[in-house]
Ligand binder design. Structure first.
Ligand code: FAD
Length: 467
């Protein structure tokens, strides 16, 4: 790996950046820079020396040429909703914000493809696509504020990944700028392409460490018009976790399968001030069926309800009308923010084979209890992806000492179940010390050599992914 010694942003560099972007595209005053200094990762703050706001790929190329020539680090940022610190400018340098590159270039109904710039807000794209009867399923719970560029960089998931796949399953091509300013184009409006190595998929999930994405080609689907949402309360978290596999064993494919522990539901109920059936239940399963015929969706919803009852659910609520379904989803989508508002926290994005979730959660609870910590679990149970939120309930010193030990044990437990340290939030800045728990030295060495090929001087998002 190249060393982490970089140059400061000098007046000469600022002048060159201003020549490319104009004065309104270069931010140096502290007040305007401050929002670029943090994302949604805990309480971490790193001030960039300058933020640049390009509008075109050519401007991104020019920025990278300047950074490359002067050996200044560059951190890409999009919506700033990341949970692993990927967009934090840890070494200062240039913060490259993509928010002005926010055009939906094309929605191609013949090829079922969307072409976008990286700064498009995910929900905005979904709504535009839906207007013409099409569907872009990847829907992180943050979809109202995260962007498609950030989703590609993190390979974001979300509740509907269980049926439709994560962001990578929709990215068919990319345009991106390398560390030295050269522009590459991979894939395109192609459903099949085995012409050489799959650079598109190598860039997806690379967290801004390999290249800066400037254009994305997404596959789209026809919009499934029928939908039913079920909510099943359970008197134990274990029973709810067991019901997840029971639902799939019925031979149905839920379009969402979310597990919500009591504390998580109650935080969201309190924050939104909305009703939720059985708010005191130990856990809820939120299941959704969608499809192209009402009969099929009804039949799938019925089978999921049976699976829940057979696994010990206290009841099953069926939401059929749009307002009720929206209300349930708005509660689910608000859980992340609600849980984080309790206190200082650390979120671990564990992922295991779906049938190991009961063991995962039992183990996580046992480890947290041993360290006197509170852990609140919720997440995309259908994907085996459970967010374990460790909440600070001890004093500063105990938190400082206990937290890394507890997290290490949680990931060792995850690894023993065949899991990984991140299902969808990425490694970024805060998870890199845990990556070796599930990735071997040979694999990490290979990843580092790939990084060197893309970015030989290490200026793209340094201090991320690897120790
Ligand atoms: C309340 C809440 C709920 C969430 N729910 C989910 C969920 O359900 N599923 C999920 O997967 N995630 C979820 N997240 C995490 C987060 O929203 C996703 O990781 C999202 O993809 C980040 O997008 P962003 O636009 O905010 O990116 P940022 O946070 O701005 O950046 C993320 C990474 O992308 C890189 N990057 C940004 N733009 C580019 C570019 N143009 N080229 C190259 N790299 C770039 C950055 O350097 C950084 O490494 C949630 C977050 C919050 C706060």
């Amino acid at each position: 790996m190249p060393g982490m010694e970089f140059n400061r942003v000098t007046d000469g560099v600022l002048k060159k950046l201003t020549d490319v972007l104009g004065p309104d595209g270069v931010v140096t005053d502290e007040e305007t820079l401050t929002p670029f200094a943090s994302d949604y990762t805990e309480d971490l703050v790193f001030m960039p020396e300058v933020a640049v706001l390009p509008r075109t790929a050519e401007q991104v190329q020019a920025i990278m040429r300047i950074a490359f020539e002067h050996h200044v680090p560059v951190t890409a940022r999009a919506g700033g909703t990341g949970l692993s610190g990927g967009a934090l400018p840890v070494l200062g340098g240039i913060l490259l914000s993509c928010h002005r590159m926010n055009a939906i270039v094309e929605i191609d109904r013949s090829n079922l493809m969307g072409v976008v710039e990286p700064g498009v807000i995910t929900q905005v794209f979904q709504e535009e696509v839906e207007k013409v009867g099409l569907y872009y399923p990847p829907d992180p719970a943050s979809r109202g504020s995260c962007t498609l560029g950030g989703n590609v960089a993190e390979n974001a998931g979300g509740p509907r990944a269980v049926k439709y796949g994560v962001t990578k399953d929709f990215v068919m091509g990319l345009e991106a700028v390398l560390a030295d300013g050269s522009l590459i184009k991979t894939g395109g409006k192609l459903y099949k392409d085995v012409s050489g190595y799959n650079l598109t998929q190598l860039l997806v999930g690379s967290e801004g460490t390999l290249a800066i994405t400037t254009k994305i080609f997404f596959k789209l689907l026809p919009w499934p018009p029928f939908r039913k949402v079920l909510l099943a309360p359970f008197d134990s978290l274990d029973k709810a976790a067991i019901a997840v596999t029971a639902a799939f064993s019925k031979g149905v494919q839920p379009s969402a399968c979310e597990l919500i522990e009591r504390d998580a539901a109650q935080c969201a109920i309190k924050q939104l001030g909305k009703e939720w059936p059985h708010p005191d239940a130990a856990a809820h399963l939120l299941l959704e069926a969608d499809g192209f015929t009402e009969e099929r969706v009804d039949a799938e919803a019925m089978m999921m309800a049976e699976a829940c009852m057979e696994s010990g659910a206290d009841d099953v609520f069926l939401a059929q009308d749009e307002p009720r379904m929206r209300e349930i989803w708005s509660l689910r989508r608000s859980i992340g923010e609600a849980v984080k508002s309790i206190n200082i926290y650390k979120e671990e994005d564990t992922v295991v084979p779906r049938d190991r979730i009961p063991e995962l959660i039992r183990g996580v609870k046992e480890i947290a209890a041993r360290y006197g910590l509170l852990v609140i679990c919720y997440g995309h149970a259908g994907d085996g992806n459970i967010h374990c939120n460790i909440i600070k309930t001890v004093d500063d010193e105990a938190w400082r000492v206990a937290l890394p030990k507890a997290i290490t044990e949680i990931f060792q437990h995850t690894a023993s179940l065949g899991g990984q340290v991140s299902g969808e939030h990425g490694i970024g800045y805060v998870q890199k010390e845990y990556l070796p728990i599930t990735q071997g030295a040979v694999e990490i060495g290979l990843m580092k050599r790939i990084k060197e090929q893309f970015d030989p001087t290490g200026i793209l998002n340094p201090m991320k992914m690897f120790l």
